[in-house]
Write a protein that binds this ligand. Structure first.
Ligand code: GLN
Ligand code: ZN
Length: 750
């Protein structure tokens, strides 16, 4: 007889009504006390536990809650605190590490694996402080009071911590120190009387896990000696080549993600030690959809032959989905019935466990779910015309009609080092208020548009005064670069409460793709026309690219992501044609999220980049040779994917460069990139106003590495989070820097 239990690996932390966000922001601006912040946080954690308890979960993950970021919490507990923060204590230190403070830069922030959550990168140096696990132990004790034996502490594994750190100490010393500290931690947990601990080691799914094999083996042998059963948790992909040795590690159980990668295949190939508990991550923690009963049951039947002790669970922490889909009462019922957020996923976990135990009632529950899916497929907007168009695409649809060198001669003639911006200008409180009024129906469409047009006019006037060469309309009508387009396309749905944490107090509410995507009407042409009518200078049309639209939404699960990207690309292709017809001579298609969609395993990069770049090419391919296509990406590191960047075939690529110290530019230059490059000359994330001299230096660096005709001058990203008082002088200095460069070139007689 097999034993079937249920477990969770973490829960959303922001609170059902974003209580944590509100409490944090109030604490930071001094309107609530530290005690009240902590009280709010504990109330959220308690409610999370109670929800999981009510759902009947057997092993409830606890201790993943954090005021800002769990990786930061582990750095603090382990005593990994960079020297610049060591004089601080308590919350002051926590938030200084998270957000920086006068003269002390924060820890770097970066994406957590391939998710849209961002963690704070630990800096492991020579000098550590004493470890202090007291807050963690206190949480576990508090949880035990509510959950009893179900309490299962979640610990971030030492090798994942190291793998994600900036390591300035040698690996051996680091791991020796960590082993001692983790041993202390585990002994403390054992004393608290918990039945088992989850140690999360998602780094095991990365391609380089093999390099660390002997460290995993020795660390886990040490931990085993403590005598507290360890459940080793992995997610986000399969174990790949590491599979055979990982399943031999001295632990009591191992969790695998069966929603991504090839773990079932690996299980079949290598088997699984029969006495080990197998954590079956089968309910997808990263999408918003209900399980599809037949597929999931078939997978479970196959898995259950490999261990007599199964844990049915979400594939990862549920932090990647919102709390409760039942609250989305404005969504049509057939759609709402197939959505599944955290609470619904708990019920699914329970249901699947009951199914495996032969529970008859569970069977009828599954039948209900099948009927939801049937109702949904009847309801789902389908656009046969879009599908037909995709089926009939020809290779030439993905290509500009002339190669770059020939297009170049037809494109707008601009001064050397042309100056421009990335698109958005300050989104002031007044603009946000305007939009809120319009949404509440307190303002007519005409009044709203007239107000937007006044902003556009002001923005054009400023840009002319500053002397920029290529202007933009300013994106005042856009809340968000994805949402704005999604709202005008069919096939996207929007939630009221579907917030997920991006980092710290920042939350996003991604649109949900639930049907075929089509463009019922032009999306940006009106504002473009208004802007272009006000100036003889060229105004750039501004679009968000297909891959970014996809990566910042919850995709549907019945169609490959590639197909969804192509559907969006077709809509954008029509928009490009309409902008051109309206007189646009330059069109920018932003793809800031292209790189972040890269799969975790490098061997899958090519496959992803092939369709991602194809989608961009499909959107841009319609443009006449004389139309200049720009794209923008705001992160560094292109070296490894430069061939794909070239294949975008954009005429101008603008990049973030000022924060990465020109590294990106150098990579691009080294690779022999021969299209034009907008070299981000100042950091828009800093309130500091860059001086002309700084930007001249930045540009000279560009000139030293790239032919001068290839270089554009722009900030490194959009300006929407800045204030006009910052933007105007910064851009004036930028234009002055471009002029100085032009004169230098003229004087040197080149
Ligand atoms: N055009 C967008 C803007 O200027 C680009 C934003 C981005 O790269 N994230 O805001
Ligand atoms: Zn950007």
């Amino acid at each position: 007889m097999i034993q079937v239990q249920t477990a969770t690996l973490g829960y959303p932390r922001i609170g059902k009504n974003r209580e944590l966000k509100k409490a944090l922001e109030s604490f930071w601006n001094g309107t609530v006390s530290a005690a009240s912040l902590v009280q709010t946080a504990q109330a959220i954690a308690t409610q999370n536990w109670q929800t999981q308890l009510a759902a009947g979960i057997d092993r409830i993950g606890v201790g993943d809650f954090s005021l800002y970021d769990p990786v930061l919490d582990w750095s603090l507990r382990l005593g990994i605190i960079p020297a610049r923060f060591q004089h601080l204590t308590g919350l002051e230190r926590t938030f200084a590490m998270a957000r920086g403070r006068e003269g002390i830069p924060a820890l770097e922030m970066t994406k957590w694996f391939d998710t849209n959550y961002h963690y704070l990168v630990p800096e492991i140096g020579e000098v550590w402080q004493e470890p202090d696990f007291s807050d963690f132990w206190a949480t576990v004790e508090r949880a035990k009071g509510i959950l009893g034996e179900r309490t299962t502490p979640i610990v971030l594994g030492p090798l994942t911590l190291v793998r994600l750190s900036r390591l300035e100490l040698d690996l051996e010393t680091t791991l020796t120190r960590l082993s001692e500290r983790y041993t202390l931690l585990l002994a403390g947990l054992k004393n608290l009387g918990v039945l088992e601990v989850q140690i999360h080691e998602p780094a095991l799914v990365l391609g380089d896990a093999g390099h660390f094999q002997k460290f995993y083996q020795s660390a886990y042998a040490t931990f085993q000696a403590v005598g507290l059963p360890i459940h080793l948790v992995t997610y986000f992909d399969d174990l790949g080549e590491a599979f055979p040795w990982v399943i031999q590690l001295p632990v009591a159980g191992i969790s695998l993600d069966f929603t991504r990668g090839q773990n079932l295949h690996l299980l079949r190939r290598y088997g699984f030690p029969g006495d080990l508990c197998l954590g079956v991550g089968i309910v997808d923690a990263r999408n918003v959809w209900q399980i599809q009963p037949d597929t999931v049951m078939a997978t479970l039947q196959a898995i259950q032959t490999f261990s007599s002790h199964l844990r049915i669970q979400p594939s990862a922490s549920l932090q990647f989905v919102p709390y409760d889909s039942r609250r989305e009462t404005e969504l049509p019922l057939p759609l709402r019935q197939v959505l599944s957020f955290a609470e619904q996923k708990l019920a699914e976990v329970k249901l699947l466990a009951q199914m495996l135990q032969g529970d008859v009632q569970a069977e009828s529950e599954l039948t209900t779910r099948r009927s939801y899916w049937e109702a949904f497929s009847a309801f789902r907007p389908s656009h046969p015309a879009v599908q037909t168009r995709l089926d009939h695409l020809q290779p030439r649809d993905f290509e500009r009609s002339l190669p770059y060198a020939q297009r170049l001669t037809q494109q707008p003639v601009l001064p050397l080092f042309p100056t421009t911006t990335i698109g958005s200008f300050p989104q002031t409180p007044e603009i946000r208020q305007l939009r809120a009024q319009w949404k509440r129906g307190e303002m007519t469409q005409q009044e709203y548009e007239a107000a937007i047009d006044r902003e556009i006019a002001k923005c054009i006037r400023y840009q002319e005064e500053i002397g920029l060469d290529v202007l933009v309309h300013g994106e005042f009508e856009r809340t968000d670069m994805v949402e704005f387009f999604a709202q005008q396309l069919s096939g996207f749905a929007f939630t009221q409460h579907g917030w997920v944490q991006s980092y710290g107090s920042r939350c996003v509410r991604p649109p949900i793709i639930y049907g075929d995507i089509a463009r019922p009407h032009p999306m940006t042409v009106r504002e473009f026309r208004v802007a272009q009518s006000l100036t003889p200078k060229i105004v750039k049309g501004m679009l968000t690219g297909p891959v970014t639209m996809l990566n910042w939404s919850f995709p549907r699960i019945d169609l490959p992501r590639a197909t969804q990207a192509l559907q969006i690309a077709l809509a954008l292709r029509d928009e490009v044609a309409d902008l051109e017809a309206a007189g646009a001579r330059i069109i920018q298609i932003d793809e800031p999220a292209l790189r972040e969609g890269l799969p975790l395993k490098p061997e899958r990069w090519d496959e992803y980049l092939t369709w991602a770049v194809d989608a961009f090419r499909l959107a841009a391919g319609i443009a006449q040779p004389a139309t200049q296509i720009h794209t923008h990406m705001c992160y560094s590191e292109f070296g490894d994917i430069i061939r794909h960047i070239e294949r975008l075939d954009a005429d101008v690529l603008s990049i973030e460069n000022s924060r990465s110290n020109n590294e990106t530019l150098l990579e691009i230059a080294d690779a022999g990139y021969h299209h034009q490059v907008g070299n981000g000359v100042y950091d828009v994330h800093s309130p500091a106003i860059p001086t002309t001299e700084q930007m001249v230096t930045q540009l000279q660096m560009g000139v030293a590495h790239l032919p001068k005709e290839q270089i554009w001058v722009n900030p490194d990203c959009g300006l929407k989070t800045r204030r006009w008082e910052e933007v105007l002088p910064a851009l004036k200095n930028m234009v002055a820097a471009a002029k100085i460069l032009r004169e230098e070139v003229y004087v040197s007689g080149e």
